[in-house]
Design a protein around this ligand. Structure first.
Ligand code: 5GP
Ligand code: MG
Length: 178
């Protein structure tokens, strides 16, 4: 697995330290009362697990399966909701978590849906945000790291289902992407 990585972009210790700060910000910003964290699968599961365990507040966790990449390196431009049921969010403060903000289509589509479902407020958090022009006008309220416009894997992010279990974020070798 490691042999397929061109270079490490953000190492494990740096990620963990940044999560301490993000968790404190979220903890301070969120009003009293219930929070529902919505975790976008599969990419955000590692980030969410590490972040949410740092927030000593009562909260519930729901997961949503959405798909926009369909396993490759290019966004398909269409966001599909893959679950049969949508979590109950009426009147709740929602913390929507995704792995990476790229075109912005995923975050925009899910935030819109959460609002339609009656969420009181939707706050968004991403581990990574690509520094580029987005197809949708959306930025996250909490961003771990801003990165260049290149394809990354690890710490939840995959290429064709692999590399999610790398503890760091790295750039894939071109030879491994086929
Ligand atoms: P967006 O809808 O903002 O274009 O893309 C968000 C989704 O695309 C992310 O949840 C993630 O699954 C996928 N994605 C975007 N950029 C990358 C990347 O560099 N690497 C990987 N593995 N997935 C990405
Ligand atoms: Mg994803």
């Amino acid at each position: 697995m490691k042999k397929d990585i061109e270079r490490i972009l953000i190492d494990e210790a740096v990620i963990q330290k940044r999560l301490d700060t993000m968790a404190k910000e979220i903890e301070t910003d969120f009003p009293a009362g219930p929070i529902i964290a919505i975790v976008l699968l599969k990419g955000a599961f590692v980030f969410a697990a590490d972040l949410l365990r740092r927030i000593p507040r009562e909260l519930s966790i729901e997961c949503l399966n959405v798909s926009s990449y369909h396993g490759g390196m290019e966004s398909s431009g269409k966001v599909d909701f893959l679950d049969r049921h949508f979590p109950e969010v009426k009147g709740a403060h929602v913390l929507l978590l995704d792995d990476i903000l790229d075109t912005g289509r995923t975050l925009a589509a899910v935030a819109k849906r959460l609002e339609e479902e009656g969420a009181l407020a939707v706050h968004t958090g991403v581990l990574l945000a690509k520094d580029k022009k987005r197809a949708e006008e959306v930025e996250a309220d909490y961003t771990g790291f801003e990165i260049g416009d290149e394809f990354v894997v690890g710490y939840g992010l995959d290429y064709k289902g692999k590399y999610r279990n790398l503890p760091y974020v790295g750039v894939l070798k071109l030879s491994a992407a086929n």
